[in-house]
Design a protein around this ligand. Structure first.
Ligand SMILES: Nc1ncnc2c1ncn2[C@@H]1O[C@H](COP(=O)(O)OP(=O)(O)OP(=O)(O)O)[C@@H](O)[C@H]1O
Length: 319
């Protein structure tokens, strides 16, 4: 039932044309339901489709098929009116505050950009900018500084202020702390938790870092290679992960039985992707030798692909 969720993603497929290689399917039928007030985590490793999902929700990418409902109403991504309505209700903070802030604009004007096309009347712009700056911890004295004069954490505070200066129902945070020093990451995470409570806003929090998801999110979907492989309450998913990939992400990889790894020997003779660094070679060298190596992601079948995309983490435990 679409009406149950503030944001409901149904069977979303996103395909990109790739020069000389036909197309790549970044999302392969993703479904998830975000409830009002959730801090909903999307966790997965690089290339799993997290950013594609965020960009598609906002109409930056177009869905190939599937539907997205905002408060029970389907967004028609071919309609500019619908896309701008979605963007009025859903804000985004990107991973890289340097790349997402115009270096030639002072902070005040960067934040002001978040008010254009909003319902806030122009004569209230200044009041809103001052108010949100205070809420995110930007000192008034820095409002006329340029991004180059700010620290990484301050830049990310500006991105958050721009996203929230006009009221939003949902805020998508796409790895907002991954480019920051560890001590600053904690400051920004705490700020985000406080803002969510004080503004009663729904979060969609994207990260490859399971500990950040644990800290920030009440529910989570694990995205693997363009598919949701597991979802539910964060505590449950992370304390007793059902899917082998989640078990690797949560560091309980040693809990995976050797017999399961041996079972992946059956891939021998099938296709194995080389994308992203393949541990299959490490855990089953004999099987790997027998495989035909196929770089196209579409060549992977079912859960066998799990064994071929468990990146550096696994190197630590399998050497
Ligand atoms: N515009 C595009 N054109 C072609 N392929 C794309 C495009 N955008 C994303 N992809 C591909 O789609 C897949 C998913 O990419 P995406 O950026 O969504 O992953 P991600 O999980 O956000 O990764 P990261 O954590 O590194 O940002 C990747 O294989 C990527 O190369």
């Amino acid at each position: 039932m679409p009406g149950e969720y503030i944001l409901d993603v149904r069977d979303l497929v996103v395909r990109f044309r790739v020069k000389g290689r036909g197309f790549t399917e970044a999302l392969k039928g993703v479904s998830l339901g975000v409830r009002r007030g959730d801090s909903y985590g999307i966790v997965g490793e690089t290339g799993s489709g997290k950013s594609t999902l965020a960009k598609t929700i906002l109409g930056i990418n177009r869905p190939t098929s599937g539907s997205i409902y905002l408060e029970g109403r389907e967004i028609d991504y071919s309609s500019s009116k619908d896309v701008s309505l979605a963007r009025r209700n859903i804000g985004i903070v990107f991973q890289d505050p340097v790349g997402s802030l115009n270096p030639r604009e002072p902070v005040y004007r960067i934040i002001r950009a978040g008010l254009i096309n909003s319902d806030v009347p122009k004569d209230r712009y200044e009041e809103r900018i001052v108010e949100i700056s205070r809420q995110v911890g930007i000192p008034q004295g820095k409002l006329w500084s340029y991004p180059g004069q700010l620290s990484g954490g301050e830049k990310q505070r500006v991105s958050i202020a721009r996203a929230l200066v006009a009221p939003k129902k949902i805020l998508i945070l796409d790895e907002p702390t991954s480019s920051l020093d560890v001590s600053i990451q904690a400051e920004i995470l705490n700020l985000l938790r406080d803002l969510r409570r004080s503004m009663s806003i729904t979060f969609i929090y994207i990260s490859h870092d399971i500990n950040v998801i644990r800290f920030m999110c009440n529910r989570v979907s694990v995205l693997y290679y363009g598919k949701v492989v597991e979802c539910g309450e964060t505590k449950t998913v992370l304390s007793s992960p059902a899917h082998p990939y989640t078990r690797v992400l949560t560091g309980s990889v040693l809990g995976i039985q050797r017999s399961e790894i041996q079972a992946s020997d059956s891939v021998a003779g099938g296709h194995v992707s080389t994308e992203g660094g393949c541990i299959f070679r490490k855990v089953c060298p004999s099987a790997f030798e027998k495989c035909s190596v196929e770089p196209a992601p579409t060549a992977l079948d079912g859960d066998h692909s799990v064994w071929c995309h468990i990146y550096e983490k696994s190197e630590e435990v399998y050497q």
